[in-house]
Design a protein around this ligand. Structure first.
Ligand SMILES: CC(C)(COP(=O)(O)OP(=O)(O)OC[C@H]1O[C@@H](n2cnc3c(N)ncnc32)[C@H](O)[C@@H]1OP(=O)(O)O)[C@@H](O)C(=O)NCCC(=O)NCCS
Length: 152
């Protein structure tokens, strides 16, 4: 994999993002129910969305949310969605994307970042633990609430 880079989500890349493939069994983990519920009440301008490119090829997408006024704490500084194309998984693209979001969170002076995930085979739990998120609680839907401390 050559040097990865980030671009803002644009009309030119949105189609490629929507065509990112998943491995069999991963579909159910992409959007935990709590995100779908929160999406209805989350203003669009709080989204931080970036596309990951390897050369000219779109290989991943990361969506963060920064909304200090969100009624639920877990959406004030959150990793909302990440996905990496099936063919590009396991090569560091996901780590690169999450680290970019962490960098953005630090730049904004945020001291922790939250992510929700569903447990299960083919799910992203190992990935989030590997990055350094610690499970701290569960949502009413049974999703894990993971937090990474950025204060150090
Ligand atoms: C989760 C996901 C984003 C990880 O992206 P990725 O580019 O494959 O991750 P990386 O290559 O950066 O992996 C980093 C580490 O996490 C580990 N890891 C990643 N996915 C893993 C998995 N499914 N099971 C076990 N370990 C995993 C790898 O072993 C790797 O460790 P290493 O660096 O020691 O090899 C990707 O698998 C994906 O898009 N999944 C489908 C969508 C999804 O579930 N998104 C999360 C919910 S919002």
């Amino acid at each position: 994999m050559s040097a990865l880079r980030l671009e803002e989500l644009s009309a030119a890349t949105i189609v490629a993002v929507n065509q990112l493939g998943l491995k069999p069994g991963q579909e159910q983990f992409v959007t935990p129910v709590s995100y779908a519920a929160a999406a209805a009440v989350t203003p669009a301008h709080t989204a931080w969305q970036r596309v990951v490119l390897d050369g000219d090829r779109v290989v991943g997408f990361v969506h963060g949310n920064f909304d200090p006024d969100a009624p639920q704490e877990e959406f004030r500084a959150a990793l909302w969605r990440i996905n990496v194309d099936a063919d590009a998984q396991g090569k560091g693209v996901g780590t690169f994307a999450v680290n970019a979001l962490i960098e953005e969170a630090r730049r904004r002076g945020v001291d922790h970042l939250t992510v929700l995930w569903e447990r299960g085979e083919d799910g992203p739990e190992e990935f989030f633990l590997h990055i350094g998120f610690k499970p701290v609680d569960e949502t009413p839907y049974g999703e894990v609430i993971g937090v990474i401390d950025l204060s150090e």
